[in-house]
Design a protein. Sequence first.
Length: 103
Amino acid sequence: MLTKKLLIAMMFILMLAAGAVQAGGDAARGAELSTDCADCHGADGKGDEDMPALAGMDAAEHAKKLADYKSGALEGDMTDYVADLSEQDMADLAAYYATLPCD
């Protein structure tokens, strides 16, 4: 009986873990989407004196900022760029820039 309960609990935990992985971004797809971003933030994502760096940015924080621009919670030039991005697109971009070195 205990073994059956343990197996059910383990299966539940594995399903939760799999869902968390799927909810994340795909860095390879983010790299493909980043061509527009590179125009302002640079091909290396390090920005310049006028544009903030994206390289090495925390993926969750980055995705939230993109979503905030899209929702209007943040205002600025980015609003136009995020208008057509899906939540998955934003997660993918954030995952990609999180993989880039920031130094």
